[in-house]
Write a protein that binds this ligand. Structure first.
Ligand code: AMP
Length: 432
């Protein structure tokens, strides 16, 4: 495990001047912790596994050294097996789970390569749009291909691209890729890649599936895990509220704090519309972002949200994956995410790259047990707070909690357990 040590500037990381010039223009003052650890390791050519959220600066962490290697090799005339030439070969492959993330990553890569004056060819492919333009873009191959798994397989089957000469593979947001059901596509793709290559795997969480993938794919990797780096930039809070008052509390908070660019998570497409309607009735205009929106609408909504035209965006997890919105001040869990790892992903949208952000969860009695599981799995413990004017009805809540209490095991139950359960209820209600 590498220990966190943050060099003060990018020069110390061994980056070359065209990249340094670009970082200067982008006003990246100093490397983020993940960049400080990942960049030098990638430059040594070793495999790497890194625990990193969106917002940690992970894109630059892998994109900068990849670009540097490609550019220096080209300048020195090193044409290893990676030369793409006529055969539609790709030298570096970056796999991402969603189209939004694909675009963001490709845009970042292109931006970092500004001063290479077109020497590096980056192509981005993803589903939901016409395949023809992407096929055309892949003619003659690419130095860097950013792709979602499904579309990449389509392109391979129509011979528009070949993976036999991939030098470096990046798996970005590996956990999301697997949790979105891309396991089969991923195995198919991995089988098409050469055995000899550098592999970099980035994941916010490490469930079993990711660990298995790591074992299968990585060869003596450098491990980079940041020591709860996000804690300093992200404040997590939990407000308990009666079920019937959740929307009112949300509206109250949005108005009171005059939040701009608040991202609200719900668990279903129709909940997006439903909540937007209810907020509208309370004088708040919110836009919705979910899987039924076409690509054009998604892009437009995202741009409007980024530019500040839309203040409040209500989204489902699927749609919101990989969103890169700079300095998002607040992320709200109106519905709790189903999986504890999704909680970490959601809150990773806020407080990015050194900005202080707020991740707020609104929980009613039905969420109580589930939130405890989220805390346990993520090794966090948050104080339950109540908002003035929205205090929970303690007596009613105790009864409701008692009614939905998980069924106790037959043996060894009795007064003791019941007492414990009740004291848990008290904890839920108390400000402590
Ligand atoms: P990422 O985690 O790659 O999605 O990056 C999150 C955001 O941080 C992006 O908008 C980047 O442009 C920005 N960023 C990345 N590295 C730095 C840095 N060293 N200094 C300032 N901003 C950065």
């Amino acid at each position: 495990m590498t220990t966190a040590k943050t060099p003060n500037n990018f020069t110390e990381l061994g980056l070359i001047s065209p990249l340094l010039a670009r970082l200067n223009e982008l006003e990246y003052q100093q490397p983020t912790p993940i960049q400080a650890q990942v960049i030098p390791s990638v430059l040594t050519g070793r495999d790497l596994i890194a625990g990193a959220n969106t917002g940690s600066g992970k894109t630059a962490a892998f994109a900068l050294p990849l670009l540097q290697e490609l550019y220096t090799n080209k300048r020195e005339g090193v044409h290893s097996g990676s030369k793409h030439g006529k055969g539609n070969f790709v030298s570096n492959l970056i796999l991402v789970p969603t189209r939004e993330l694909a675009k963001q990553v490709a845009d970042s890569v292109k931006s970092y390569a500004t001063h290479f004056n077109g020497a590096i060819k980056t192509v981005c492919v993803f589903g939901g749009v016409s395949v023809n333009t992407q096929m055309l873009a892949l003619r003659g191959g690419a130095d860097i291909l950013v792709a979602t798994p499904g579309r990449l397989l389509d392109l391979i089957s129509s011979n528009a691209v070949k993976l036999d000469k991939v030098n470096t593979l990046v798996l970005d947001e590996a956990d999301r890729m697997l949790s979105l059901g891309f396991t089969e596509e991923l195995s198919e793709l991995l089988a098409l890649l050469p055995k000899q290559k550098q592999t970099l795997l980035f994941s916010a969480t490490f469930p079993e599936q990711v660990q298995a993938l790591t074992q299968e794919l990585l060869n003596d990797p450098v491990e980079v895990q940041l020591q709860s780096n996000d804690a300093s930039t992200l404040v997590q809070r939990v407000f308990t509220v009666d079920k019937g008052k959740k929307t009112a509390l949300l509206a109250h908070l949005i108005k009171k704090h005059e939040w701009r660019q608040a991202l609200i998570f719900v668990n279903a497409k129709n909940s997006c519309e439903h909540l937007a309607d209810k907020l509208y009735k309370r004088g708040i205009i919110a836009e919705v972002f979910h899987g039924d929106k076409g690509q054009g609408a998604r892009t437009r909504i995202l741009e409007d949200f980024k530019s500040g035209e839309i203040d409040v965006l209500i989204a489902t997890d699927i749609a919101a994956r990989g969103l890169d919105i700079e300095k998002l001040p607040v992320v709200i869990n109106f519905d709790l995410p189903r999986s504890p790892s999704d909680y970490m992903h959601r809150i990773g949208r806020s407080g990015r790259a050194g900005e202080v952000g707020l991740a707020l969860s609104l929980i009613d009695y039905e969420d109580y047990h589930h939130f405890k599981v989220i805390e346990k799995k993520n090794k966090i413990r948050l104080e339950r707070e109540q908002v003035e004017g929205f205090e929970v009805d303690e007596e009613a809540t105790k009864e409701l909690l008692e009614a939905i209490k998980p069924v106790a095991k037959p043996a060894g139950t009795g007064k003791k357990k019941r007492k414990k359960a009740l004291s848990n209820h008290d904890i839920w209600l108390r400000d402590y």
